[in-house]
Design a protein around this ligand. Structure first.
Ligand code: NAI
Length: 342
């Protein structure tokens, strides 16, 4: 079940909001909850019937955001935690979603955020490894290609790393690909599922249009190249339109809510939950890309199966050839930075 279908079933389940069984109850923490992504994401999680204990942490405003969201009449409790309460916010929590950090301004690449966000994510991960070592970690903070390997290194150092429980959230790339392709093919977005593999920035984002329903409408040529470019650099459209006020927040919150919902369903034993995510992966390991986004099946313990990229077109093969070395470089940068960091 990919992104769009996941949301449809989340929407379909709304009438069940007040009849969730105790077995389904899950604790979820959002770190960076007062931000452009954090606020709408927290609101969407408050609406999710599988969440019973919602914990909102930020270095600013989190108690206010939590007070506001707590008035929404769904059964979950919502608690805000301020700067010095990270340990409390994370204690034994089951799922941690991290959109903390700074977003891009016009002209910036995601890699330009590295210096600021790498240490923010490292420090949050250190506390998580200490007080919630069994939690599933969903990383949104950019550059995802590097921040996810940093979290892995933190958990390894603490001796609690479980690669099945660490995910870079790339659902927004899948969401954009579906929206943009359906705009051309005329098919419903919910029927237009495009696997997006590789990483989460520029050329590392590889949409597999040849595997998508409606993808044959743009198999090659100029229209194909334009569509691929739009999927790879769709985030820039938002950064430019917001004109210095940040990057994608609302569509990202939607995408993170879709992925969180899929994971929560899988943790509760629902079968056949499939999403794309950036995880530790054997697929391109021999070329240095120890993390790679591809379709994965989620289960009770997290990543249950990593699916291969499958049959790709000659154009997609070229995209992969450009993506993998760049991805390997981004991963190496994260790992080396962590090794040298205090
Ligand atoms: P924002 O600036 O609106 O919000 C970030 C929040 O993080 C702020 O409330 C800030 O106070 C908080 N924060 C900063 N340091 C913190 C710390 N040490 N602990 C807890 N909270 C902390 O930024 P926005 O737009 O919400 O973006 C957040 C991140 O998500 C950025 O790195 C951005 O590049 C990334 N992003 C990722 C996407 C993806 O597809 N994975 C898509 C869009 C953005």
């Amino acid at each position: 079940m990919f992104a769009r279908q996941a949301l449809r079933s989340a929407t379909a389940s709304t009438p069940r909001l007040f009849s969730t069984s105790a077995a389904n109850n899950r604790s979820v923490a959002v770190l960076g909850a007062s931000g452009g992504i954090g606020q709408p994401l927290s609101l969407l999680l408050k609406q999710n019937p599988l969440v019973s204990d919602l914990r909102l942490y930020d270095v600013r405003l989190a108690p206010g955001v939590a007070a506001d969201i707590s008035h929404v009449n769904t059964p979950s409790t919502t608690t805000g935690y301020q700067a010095d309460q990270l340990g409390e916010a994370l204690k034994d929590v089951e799922v941690i979603v991290i959109p903390a950090g700074v977003p891009r301004k016009p002209g910036m690449t995601r890699d330009d955020l590295f210096n600021t966000n790498a240490s923010i994510v490292r420090d949050l991960a250190k506390k998580a490894a200490e007080v919630a070592p069994k939690a599933h970690l969903l990383i949104i903070s950019n550059p995802v290609n590097s921040t996810v390997p940093i979290v892995a290194e933190v958990f390894k150092k603490a001796g609690v790393y479980d690669p099945k429980k660490l995910y870079g959230v790339t659902t927004l790339d899948v969401t954009r690909a579906s929206t943009f392709l359906s705009g051309i093919s005329g098919k419903k977005p919910s029927d237009t599922i495009v696997p997006v593999v590789g990483g989460h920035s520029g050329v590392t984002i590889v949409p597999l249009l040849s595997q998508a329903n409606g993808g044959d409408a743009v198999a090659k040529g100029e229209q194909y190249e334009k569509l691929v470019h739009r999927i790879q650099f769709g985030g820039d459209e938002v950064v430019k339109a917001k004109d210095g006020a940040g990057s994608a927040t609302l569509s990202m919150a939607y995408a993170a809510a879709v992925f969180s919902d899929a994971l929560l369903k899988a943790l509760n034993g629902e079968k056949g939950i499939k999403e794309c995510a950036y995880v530790e992966s054997p697929l391109y390991k021999d070329q240095g890309a120890t993390f790679f986004a591809s379709p994965i099946t989620l289960g009770k313990d997290g990543v249950e199966e990593i699916h291969p990229v499958g049959k790709v077109s000659a154009e997609e093969e070229k995209l992969l050839e450009a993506a993998v070395p760049e991805l390997a470089k981004n991963i190496k940068k994260g790992v080396e930075w962590y090794a040298a960091s205090p």
